[in-house]
Ligand binder design. Structure first.
Ligand code: GLY
Length: 344
């Protein structure tokens, strides 16, 4: 399911041979076109005809309009169900490409080659595809697994540091919810760099894969992966609406700080444990200023969260460092308290 590519991409070439597609479509954005596609094409050894499809980079592209354009392009290329779409990019490309592949002609096969840390450690794994709509992230989407995920960590060296920070937040989350040792290894990193994180990618990916294998449709333990995301998604949506989008991981890191504090307020962890975790998180992620006049708006956005049932706001929370639970109902009072503490 997940393969780390050697420098000749032989495992990818063998896999494509095995799939025996009538046509390959390679979805890229302008960044991966420039920085990653030459490496992929330089190593691709196939007689299968292929087409490159490029979209602009950015979360703003993850819309139904782009999906419609991509369906139309696939139709123009006479793509049939024997074709395979290769998603070469970060979370936007794998989410959107997966959505388009899973819905085009009721579904064609797709391969994810994540090129960002977030893509590698989170978005490409687990078969969640989707598009955003009216400032609500992943309002529409499908569960559909990629045929395979191929990882080439060298792609991380083409990224700005903001992208690395964004993905690192999800890695820290994996440690916090499921593996204390992974958390300790990650927080012993003093300076974030591709070299520093590459050694930990496989472990982080395996943590997510293990959780997804246990609960693909997110009826129980997969909900723990939403730790930090109830508040984080609300902050991300707010900033998108304000016209100043935040990298996903920065918003999730803010969410993890708030939700660690909520874990304390709800009596799951001690104040000392909460403070220790928050100190480490703040070392990598300084506070994102949010004026208290937006708190009501944030609550409204949280109430739209897909994890809720009925009208209550549900959270995944820490039970200890390295262990999380889910489906906890938290009072508005404690959510507001955590937002206030986060701003201090
Ligand atoms: N990003 C959370 C999940 O895939 O479940």
């Amino acid at each position: 399911m997940i393969t780390f590519l050697d420098s000749g991409f032989s495992q990818l070439n063998d896999f494509i041979d095995q799939l025996n597609p009538g046509r390959l479509l390679i979805l890229v954005d302008e960044n991966t076109h420039e920085h990653c596609l030459p490496t992929l094409l330089g190593n691709l050894e196939t007689t299968v005809p292929f087409e490159i499809i490029e979209i602009e980079a950015g979360e703003e592209m993850k819309t139904i309009e782009t999906a419609v354009q991509l369906w139309e392009i696939l139709a123009e290329f006479e793509t049939d169900r024997s074709s395979v779409l290769i998603n070469l990019g970060g979370g936007v490309i794998t989410d959107l490409g997966g959505f388009v592949a899973s819905t085009y002609k009721r579904g064609i096969r797709f391969i994810n080659i994540p090129t960002t840390l977030l893509g590698m450690c989170d978005a490409s794994i687990g078969g969640k595809t989707g598009i955003d709509h009216r400032f609500i992230k992943n309002l529409a989407g499908t569960f559909c697994l990629p045929a395979h995920i191929f990882v080439y960590p060298e792609f991380l060296k083409t990224l700005p540091s903001t992208e690395l920070r964004s993905g690192f937040a999800e890695m820290l989350k994996h440690g916090l919810i499921a593996d204390k040792k992974h958390w300790q290894e990650l927080t012993s990193i003093t300076q974030l760099s591709p070299e520093a994180v590459i050694a930990h990618i496989e472990k982080s990916m395996n943590i997510k894969q293990r959780i997804v294998d246990e609960d693909y449709h997110e009826t129980h333990i997969r909900k723990t992966l939403n730790f930090g995301h109830t508040v984080g998604h609300a902050i991300e949506s707010l900033f998108l609406q304000l016209g100043t989008p935040l990298p996903h991981g920065e918003a999730v890191a803010a969410g993890m700080i708030c939700e660690t504090w909520i874990s304390y307020l709800e009596d799951f962890i001690s104040e000392t444990e909460a403070n220790n975790i928050i100190t480490e998180l703040r070392r990598f992620y300084p506070t994102i200023p949010v004026d208290s006049s937006y708190f009501e708006k944030l609550l409204l956005l949280m109430s739209h969260d897909k994890k809720n049932t009925g009208s209550s706001i549900r959270f995944a929370l820490l039970n200890e460092t390295g262990k999380a639970g889910y489906h906890y109902e938290v009072s508005v009072e404690n959510i507001l308290l955590a937002l206030k503490i986060y701003q201090k």
